[in-house]
Each structure stands twice: as C-alpha cells, then as structure tokens.
Design a protein around this ligand. Structure first.
Ligand SMILES: [Zn+2]
Ligand SMILES: [Zn+2]
Length: 266
C-alpha cells in the first residue's frame, strides 16, 4: 500500500500534515482556514473529501484553526484526547456528535489498516501529543511542539522510516529578539519549543535506532531560517559521527506543500 507523509503547512502561522498509510488518508492538525487546507490538498493531488480522519495534537490555534470547518464541510471525524477536546471546543464550533472521537493518550487505535499510537509530548498545552503511524512494517512519526526530547519521547519515534520533528528556533536569536520576556521564557522552556540544536541531538539519538530520514518542521518565522536549521542539525549529527550522506534531511515549507515523502510504493 502506498505510504507517504506530506507537510501542507508548517510553523506558528499554521500546521497541517497529510499522512497516507494502511489505506487511510489522515490529516494531522488543521491549523489553517478550511479553504486553505482544501486548496493545499488539491495542490497535492488529494481530494479533500477522501480524508478519513483529522487528528489533533493540541488545542493551540496554529493546529486547530480550520478543524471545525473542514470536519463540517467533508463530514470528517476529529480525533483528540479529552484535554485537547476541552481546549479546542470554544475554537472550532459545533461538531456532529458522530464525528467527535475521543482517545486516551496511552491507547493506540486503528484508522482503516493504520495503527495510530498517540504519545505525550512536553508542551504548554492541556494534553499535547505526537503520533506514530504503523502499517505493513512501515512507520512514520509526527512530533512538533515539544519543549525537550526526553528518552521516553525518543522511544516513541525509534526505528521509524520517517520522522517529522520540530526544529523551532535558535536560542540566541530568541534571546535577542523583540518578543516580551515571558514569551521568550515560554519558547525556551522545557514545555515550549525544540531548538535546532536539540532537534539535531534528538535525531542523532534516533539514528542509533535506525532512523535515517527526517523532516524539520515548525520553524519560527522570527528566530530561525531554513539554512540555519539544516546546518545546526547537520552539525549535531556530525558531532555524533553521522556523515551527511547517511541521514536524509528536509525542511518543511511554511506556506506551501513541501512534497510527498514516500516510504512505500503502492
Ligand atoms: Zn504550534
Ligand atoms: Zn503549541
């Protein structure tokens, strides 16, 4: 079965990632207006009405902005844990009861043939999660909005064929930018966002579990840029004796479809 991951939007202005695995087309987060999500899917060659499920990582607006509209327009069920449902309820409007799916973070579930494993992430939201998807011995992981990558979190991504991981900022740029002090503290905290350097360290650890391919995501508009994220992550990989050619790295685009990253052909 065809298996791929396709970042549609990435960053604090809106996040959405299309995943196809186990015969299911799944949208992880819907942080842009509904019409933008539909347009991006069509641009990727995917009819929006073919989406089987919408999975939400947490209630921040850059992850849920278009969730309600998308669910109502195409009758798509929304999956989230109880904490996230509470947090996003005032933000997404009425959802048809049949399309409200509540999971427990510790429990995996199926969407068609795809096994979905939510896992807890350290972030300043009610009950934020990342997702691991598995089918036919292939796996893909989506994890953004993570203050730090502890061993438990890395376990959830171990051995995956493709990892979409946050590389949010350069700490020096955050410290010297014009954000209010509290905002800086929030970004840099253990429950904030992952720096480029820490993303590189996390990927170096994941390399030892067999991970060879990653997409850097959720780059800060003000405190990061593509070349800096890539070079900082590469530097950390080299420090761990991982040569450039041994690890395939891409950066997810902020406002346009990045591309289809295939891990199995149909
Ligand atoms: Zn976010
Ligand atoms: Zn967030």
């Amino acid at each position: 079965m065809v298996t791929y991951l396709c970042p549609l939007f990435s960053g604090s202005s809106g996040n959405a990632t299309l995943v196809e695995i186990g015969g299911a087309r799944i949208l992880v987060d819907a942080g842009k207006p509904g019409n933008c999500l539909s347009a991006a899917l069509r641009c990727a060659g995917i009819p929006p009405e073919s989406i089987a499920a919408l999975l939400i990582t947490h209630e921040h607006i850059d992850h849920v902005r278009g969730a309600g509209v998308f669910s109502r327009r195409y009758g798509v069920p929304i999956y989230a844990n109880a904490g996230t449902w509470e947090g996003m309820d005032p933000l997404i409007g009425d959802i048809a009861p049949a399309n409200i799916r509540v999971f427990a973070t510790e429990h995996g579930f199926f969407i068609k043939e795809a096994a979905v494993f939510p896992f807890k992430t350290p972030h300043d939201a009610r009950e934020s999660v990342g997702y691991r998807f598995e089918a036919e011995s292939r796996s893909m992981v989506v994890m953004t909005d993570i203050g730090h990558a502890d061993p438990l979190l890395l376990d959830c991504a171990a051995g995956s064929d493709l990892v979409l991981i946050e590389a949010n900022h350069d700490p020096e740029l955050v410290r010297s930018c014009r954000y209010p002090f509290l905002t800086k503290q929030r970004i840099l905290s253990d429950n904030g966002h992952l720096s480029n350097e820490n993303a590189g360290r996390a990927l170096a650890r994941l390399y030892s579990t067999g991970v060879r391919r990653a997409i850097l995501a959720h780059l800060s508009r003000d405190n990061n840029f593509e070349e800096l994220a890539l070079s900082t992550v590469r530097e950390q990989l080299r420090l761990a004796d991982i040569p450039d050619e041994a690890f395939d790295l891409t950066v997810a685009r902020r406002d346009e479809v990045t591309g289809m990253f295939q891990v199995a052909e149909g």
